[in-house]
Design a protein around this ligand. Structure first.
Ligand code: NAP
Length: 313
């Protein structure tokens, strides 16, 4: 049939709405598989296309998407912060976090959202049945994902937030920004074994946002003393390749409950899907598509360089 794509893919027409992903590189991303599966399952006339955009071309790419009538996009590494000044409006979440992971075209303007923090909260609620209110959280990292988790957790009512980062100044800056806005106690601490051991003694939930342990460096893990990982501590790792990471395997072997990064990946994508389409996302279909895309990646030849960094949507 005219126009029908090989392999049973969507029939694209002049009316098909286009969604995109801006990243560099994007070849690794599981978002196209996850979003296209969701769109197809609801019979929506949309297509989600990955765009490999070098940092120097980002401003031009964002303008280009508007000119081409693209109605929404995800933004991934390394553009989540650089896209910030390129949008006309920001949601309070994106403004607070200082990073955008979702663009929505609204009345001729780009609106920048950040669904990572809410995605993390949703994963915690739905997968780990864990409510953060009144809990003490130890956060490893102060990058984009850490900031999204930190603001979401503070907004959800944690009583104590400890932040450990390789570059101490970033942890201090984040701690100060949180302390100005939320009533919880916030402290920046060194990313060192001794400090982390002491911090774990007053922690209910540990959240790793460092890329240590991400494929292909699967033997790496944050400098945590294994003996300090003890129930009832909940251990979360934002990494979803591999599943589980070395950190989560160790925590589980010591009896802790664990949560890997896939539920958050699906939840942040589902929130973006709902913003673009106005429809509730089929999360189970998205999860299965993401798992299949990750499994397919394991069978691919090794690429080297940035493409080897593992999936980082
Ligand atoms: P980012 O903004 O580049 O931040 C990276 C963080 O890791 C910084 O705190 C950085 O410390 C630290 N770091 C990097 N290499 C390190 C090393 N060798 N030793 C110690 N610390 C190191 O990246 P991001 O966007 O926050 O992403 C971080 C991780 O979260 C990635 O693994 C990503 O895949 C994952 N993620 C998952 C989801 C999900 O949905 N599951 C969503 C977003 C991100 P400095 O400040 O010292 O540089």
């Amino acid at each position: 049939m005219l126009g029908k794509r090989l392999g049973g893919g969507p029939l694209l027409t002049g009316k098909t709405k286009v969604l995109g992903l801006l990243g560099w590189p994007v070849g690794h991303s599981v978002s196209p598989a996850m979003q296209n599966a969701a769109l197809a399952s609801l019979g929506l006339d949309y297509v989600y296309v990955p765009f490999n955009v070098a940092p120097a071309d980002l401003a031009q790419a964002v303008r280009g998407l508007a000119v081409l009538g693209v109605c929404g996009a995800n933004v991934t590494i390394p553009h989540k912060e650089a896209v910030f000044p390129l949008v006309e409006r920001l949601t309070p979440e994106a403004q607070a976090v200082g990073a955008v992971n979702t663009l929505v075209r609204e009345k001729g303007s780009w609106v920048g959202h950040n669904t990572d923090g809410e995605g993390f909260l949703e994963a915690l609620r739905e997968e780990a049945n864990f409510a953060l209110e009144g809990k003490r959280l130890l956060l490893l990292g102060a990058g984009g994902a850490a900031r999204a988790v930190a603001f979401a957790a503070a907004g959800a009512g944690v009583s104590l937030l400890l932040i450990a980062n390789r570059t101490p100044a970033r942890a201090h800056t984040l701690a100060e920004a949180l302390a100005r806005r939320f009533p919880c106690r916030v402290r920046a601490i060194p990313l060192e074994r001794g400090s982390l051991a002491a911090a774990l003694a007053e922690t209910d939930v540990l959240v790793n946002t460092l890329p240590l342990g991400m494929y292909p460096q699967v033997e790496a893990m944050p400098p945590l003393p294994p003996e300090a990982l003890e129930p009832p501590l909940l251990v979360c790792d934002l990494i979803y390749n591999p599943r589980p990471t070395k950190l989560l395997s160790l925590a589980a072997s010591r009896g802790c409950c664990t949560l890997d990064g896939l539920p958050m990946l699906v939840a942040q994508g589902a929130l973006a899907f709902a913003l673009w389409t106005g429809r509730k996302a089929p999360k189970e279909i998205m999860r299965r598509a993401a798992e299949a895309a990750l499994a397919a990646r394991q069978g691919e030849p090794r690429l080297g360089g940035a493409e080897e960094e593992g999936a980082r949507d």
